[in-house]
Design a protein around this ligand. Structure first.
Ligand SMILES: Nc1nc2c(ncn2[C@@H]2O[C@H](COP(=O)(O)OP(=O)(O)OP(=O)(O)O)[C@@H](O)[C@H]2O)c(=O)[nH]1
Ligand SMILES: [Mg+2]
Ligand SMILES: [Zn+2]
Length: 339
């Protein structure tokens, strides 16, 4: 079955030499290649050279995975190809075999830099390259200023300012997708992910939903992660908005998201320096002479602290929090000026 001709139809799904080589490393003659478009319970929807079908999946893949499919007597995902990237949040796989993670934040509500930073950490940790998308530029006169703020905090990451309403930035996004890249959208509900997808697809196939009036939060309109083919080339995975962005297990992502701090930290006198006032700390010195942005260093330390907390044994965490309460109570008893 494996005439090259039949694989041509997979190109819009992102098939290229890289995927072909991975496929060849696991496939047997009775297999055919397919890409997972969406997963529910123990079955998934896969896209093959000839169309879309539902397949059983004893080893559950995730959206974006390339698989070797057996179709006789029934469609079954036999092998999940080795992944070159995987976006994961606290042990949950969100998408696989992606090249770009679009970290989406909207400009119709106050910027949450901390959240963007956390999503960038997950993005870097996935093995794909992050790009920040600021949406709804039409909703504020401050779009350029806000973009500069984000740009300063997202070192080494492109920031694209867009509006699905005016079309601003849409071509730039398409540039990040061509020719055969796969991107996943990551961001809170109501950020405008699906609206942007419709704009890129030039269709209205994705459901979109109004945000709440007061705080501009979304109503979780998109309910599944699913894969979409962009007409001009490229693949997009739309996702339901994440409520929270836990960082458990994403140590590598923190290092990649803060290369400047990590590099300068190599120069600290103590190898295990926590950059919290130890003598000979190169990071503190760099903040003092203006080479490092103090806000960025603060974020770095905060995220590092969270990761350390997440790997601690539960009993240790409990003990520490108990100790924290005791200290806190003791402090409360002190007269105000001594605190
Ligand atoms: N003014 C303006 N509104 C937009 C723009 N893009 C999206 N919106 C609105 O923002 C709201 C939320 O958009 P969605 O695309 O559903 O958001 P989402 O990120 O997909 O949300 P979930 O699916 O819940 O995660 C809708 O009412 C959109 O019309 C834009 O560029 N400008
Ligand atoms: Mg959506
Ligand atoms: Zn230090």
């Amino acid at each position: 079955m494996s005439s090259d001709l039949s694989f041509d139809a997979l190109v819009p799904l992102g098939w290229d030499d890289r995927v072909a080589a991975l496929y060849a490393s696991v496939a047997e003659p009775h297999h055919q290649p397919a890409r997972v478009g969406r997963v529910d319970r123990d079955r998934c929807t896969v896209r093959t050279a000839t169309g879309q079908l539902r397949a059983a999946a004893p080893v559950l893949p995730t959206t974006g995975d390339w698989v070797a499919l057996r179709t006789d007597p029934e469609p079954v995902v036999d092998v999940v190809l080795p992944r070159w990237s995987a976006l994961e949040r606290e042990g949950q796989l969100l998408a696989a075999d992606i090249d770009v993670v679009f970290v989406v934040a909207s400009l119709d509500r106050p910027l949450n830099l901390n959240r963007i930073e956390r999503e960038l950490v997950l993005a870097w940790d996935s093995g794909a390259r992050p790009v920040v998308i600021l949406t709804k530029a039409d909703a504020t006169p401050e779009a350029d200023v806000l973009a500069k703020t984000v740009d300063a905090r997202a070192v080494g990451v492109d920031v694209v300012t867009t509006s699905a309403a005016t079309g601003q930035g849409v071509d730039e996004l398409l540039g990040h997708l061509r020719p055969n890249r796969t991107a996943v959208l990551l961001g809170p509900s109501g950020a405008g992910k699906s609206t942007l997808v419709n704009r890129l697809l030039r269709s209205e196939s994705e459901a979109t939903g109004e945000v709440r009036e007061g705080d501009h939060k979304g109503r979780h309109t998109t309910s599944s992660r699913h894969l979409l083919v962009i007409p001009g080339g490229g693949v997009l995975i739309d996702t339901p908005g994440l409520r929270s962005v836990g960082l458990t297990g994403a140590e590598g992502g923190v290092a990649l998201a803060f290369p400047d701090v990590e590099e300068i930290g190599q120069g600290c006198r103590f190898r295990d320096c926590r950059h919290a006032g130890e003598p000979g700390c190169a990071v503190v010195a760099a903040v003092e002479d203006g080479r490092l942005d103090p806000d960025r260093v603060a974020s770095y330390l905060k995220l590092q602290g969270e990761l350390e907390d997440s790997v601690k044994e539960p009993w240790l965490k409990a003990a520490e929090s108990q100790q924290g309460r005791i200290v806190h109570r003791a402090m409360k008893k002190l007269p105000k000026k001594k605190r």
